[in-house]
Design a binder for this molecule. Structure first.
Ligand SMILES: *Cc1c(COP(=O)(O)O)cnc(C)c1O
Length: 232
């Protein structure tokens, strides 16, 4: 299937899960284009896709700039940074992205705030939660959430939008309800929160069942990733 057809198929699957779990119209699709060429993003664009997720800063900035200068890109794209973020890369991310979903410490939040250009709207932020407590994964524990949330909500160049997590294989029915509960609880203090970023190619319906508002889909749209050409 072409990228256009894959996107249509994912949209249908989202609609089916929304219907099944009584969540019609509440789930947005983020197309994860990391390692994929600009031509793949162009094809997704022609299928109506406008929101893209990227993990590697330099690769992403190259694509963001190339898309902005291309003739096919007539409407604004929304770029989400979804990879691990080191403090020496925050400036490029603050300058080029619309969202950062992987904030997991105060220092990164503070730098993104300080480095956000004044001509751009506030940078949308999700806190990444390590719900599985696996050491290999980034993100904070739920017991650290309120402290980081309070800090982010006070930074004027950031807009706190919600939570993000990466589920572990086969653990969706354990982990996703915990995220759903944490998100609802956090909304008592921050009613403006509207984003629970949860669900990838392998666990999308379960994520929608447990309240995801944003699914991050790479493989099911663009095919398997080839890392052999990469230099990170
Ligand atoms: C790569 C990636 C995705 C997409 O994963 P697929 O399994 O290819 O859909 C989603 N979220 C994050 C944080 C990623 O790094």
């Amino acid at each position: 299937m072409s990228i256009e057809q894959q996107i249509q198929s994912i949209r249908n699957q989202i609609a089916e899960s929304e219907h099944r779990y009584h969540r019609q119209g509440q789930v947005k699709l983020l197309a994860v284009s990391k390692t994929k060429p600009l031509s793949a993003i162009e094809q997704a664009y022609h299928a109506g896709q406008r929101s893209f997720g990227e993990n590697y800063v330099q690769e992403a900035v190259d694509k963001i700039q190339a898309a902005a200068q291309s003739s096919w890109c007539q409407q604004p794209l929304e770029w989400h940074f979804i990879g691990p973020l080191q403090s020496n890369k925050t400036r490029l991310v603050a300058e080029h992205f619309d969202w950062v979903q992987t904030v997991d410490r105060a220092k990164i939040a503070q730098r993104l705030n300080d480095q956000r250009p004044s001509h751009r709207p506030a940078l949308n932020i999700c806190i990444q939660v390590n719900i599985s407590h696996e050491e290999s994964k980034s993100g904070i524990d739920l017991n650290q959430l309120s402290t980081l949330a309070e800090l982010i909500s006070k930074l004027p160049n950031l807009k706190f939008r919600g939570l993000m997590t990466i589920g572990s294989k086969g653990k969706a029915s354990e982990e996703f309800p915990l995220m759903q509960h944490a998100f609802h609880h956090l909304k008592n203090d921050y009613p403006e929160l509207d984003t629970l970023s949860m669900g990838m190619t392998d666990d999308m319906p379960q994520a929608i069942a447990y309240g995801s508002t944003l699914v991050r889909i790479g493989t099911a749209i663009f095919g398997e990733r080839d890392y052999s050409q990469q230099h990170h």
